[in-house]
Design a protein around this ligand. Structure first.
Ligand code: FAD
Length: 402
């Protein structure tokens, strides 16, 4: 999808056509009447949420399973202008000792790990020690003074969490931010939904179509396969929404921000279904962390199915894609140095989204944040402001870096 560029008349530049960039482009065009050029260096819209129908007829999420879920009525209503939703509810199983058990860990999972009698005792103890809580964390179990709760915590930690984390991040949990372990939930119920958010679903025509509709405005032109860095100064000096990597924007003057990447291996088969749910985790399998069966998302029955194996690997610029910021303190410090540089361009270049803010956003959070940036930071004056500095600023930094 490439529309005619309105050379000379463009008022805003948006680098990146993922959820962050597309939401801001839509707001700028519809609310401020601004002429916007959106560029993305990949050959498609929707960033990591990109999906397409593959040769078997199944809609495939190219960059890993994407499930929309949110607590925000505002975000749900906003996106519902651009898509209808298939009422998909996400359920995940983990393959443990040859059996499939629910994750996040719930009472069914505990019965498998500990045996029925111990699981029943654990349920009794958790109502005593965690009254009125349906969800506790694995850490609160591991650190508990009661030996059975502690033993249950260790079992969950080692069988479900430890190996998976080692593969996912390439680090032991204690080497990562404490928040990674602190978040691992244990459900004191038989609820096997992966998300408990009130709004959940998959766009009926896919994420790519949703983003295409966000950008479907005569004031918005889109150029795919176009890198921000290849643009001339007359465009880069415009007021800009930048959703690419912040370290790249500043010529890596403080070094690279590390990411975890993924390698995807797809296989298709001539049957409707192979797996009971869309995602099966394999905490203890060699190399891969999970297997995704895409036909579940829109409940497709096309006589064929495609499954994707996900292999985490280190990110290497220009070799693979940066997916997850690595949650380590030293990386946040490095990001902060870049954020300080970015503040010198405040009001002219807006660094928004997963790569520009070096933080993991779910799609709903990316949209909520983009809407907040538009509502609180961008004014009609921002459009008229002559920027005239970012490109020069980048050139100076590039000189410093060499
Ligand atoms: C494997 C995986 C699974 C996920 N699963 C879920 C899920 O189940 N549910 C959920 O809510 N969220 C999920 N997410 C998160 C979701 O993908 C993000 O919320 C969303 O991508 C954030 O959008 P964004 O626009 O900030 O970033 P992105 O989608 O990364 O978009 C940024 C865009 O900028 C482009 N770009 C970068 N640099 C340049 C440049 N120099 N010039 C031009 N273009 C550039 C990139 O090509 C990219 O298209 C998942 C993410 C990953 C990686």
């Amino acid at each position: 999808m490439t529309r005619q560029r309105h050379v000379g008349r463009t008022e805003w530049l948006v680098a990146g056509a993922g959820f962050s960039g597309a939401t801001l482009a839509e707001r700028l065009a519809t609310q401020l009447g601004a002429r916007v050029l959106v560029v993305d260096r990949r050959p498609h819209l929707a960033g990591n949420a990109f999906d397409e129908i593959d040769s078997t007829g199944v809609r495939v999420h190219r960059y890993g399973a994407h499930i929309f879920h949110t607590k925000s009525e505002q975000v749900w209503r906003y996106l519902s202008h651009f898509s209808e939703w298939y009422p998909y509810v996400h359920r995940v199983l983990a393959s443990l000792d040859g059996q499939l058990v629910p994750v996040p860990c719930n009472l069914t999972t505990l019965a498998h790990l500990l045996g029925l009698a111990q699981a029943a005792e654990l349920e009794r103890l958790s109502t005593r020690y965690f009254p009125d809580q349906r969800k506790i964390t694995v850490l609160s179990l591991v650190n508990h003074h009661h030996p059975l709760l502690r033993a249950a915590g260790r079992e969950v930690y080692e069988k479900i969490f430890l190996q998976y984390t080692l593969k996912q991040w390439g680090y032991r949990p204690e080497e990562l931010d404490r928040s990674v372990t602190a978040r691992v939930p244990v459900l004191i119920s038989r609820d096997d939904r992966y998300f408990s958010d009130p709004y959940q679903g998959i766009p009926k025509d896919g994420y790519t179509a949703l983003v295409e509709r966000l950008l479907d405005n005569p004031l918005i032109s889109v150029e795919l396969g176009c890198d921000y860095r290849s643009l001339g100064n007359h465009l880069r000096d415009l007021p800009t929404i930048y959703t690419g990597p912040i370290d790249e924007f500043f010529g890596y003057v403080y070094g690279h921000l590390p990411y975890r990447s993924l390698r995807f291996q797809n296989y298709s088969y001539g049957v409707n279904r192979l797996l009971p749910v869309a995602v099966v985790n394999h905490p203890n399998a060699p190399g891969y962390t999970r297997v995704i069966e895409h036909a579940h998302f829109l409940d497709q029955h096309v006589g064929a199915t495609t499954v994707t194996y996900e292999f985490p690997e280190p990110y290497e610029p220009s070799a693979n894609e940066p997916y997850y910021p690595v949650p380590k303190q030293e990386n946040h410090h490095r990001y902060q140095m870049y954020a300080n540089l970015a503040s010198s361009l405040a009001g002219r270049v807006f660094f928004v989204g997963r790569l520009a803010e070096y933080r993991y956003y779910d799609m709903d959070q990316a949209v909520a944040h983009a809407l907040a940036v538009f509502n609180h930071q961008i004014t009609p004056q921002s459009t008229r402001r002559s920027v005239g500095q970012p490109a020069r600023h980048e050139r100076r930094l590039a000189t410093l870096a060499t």
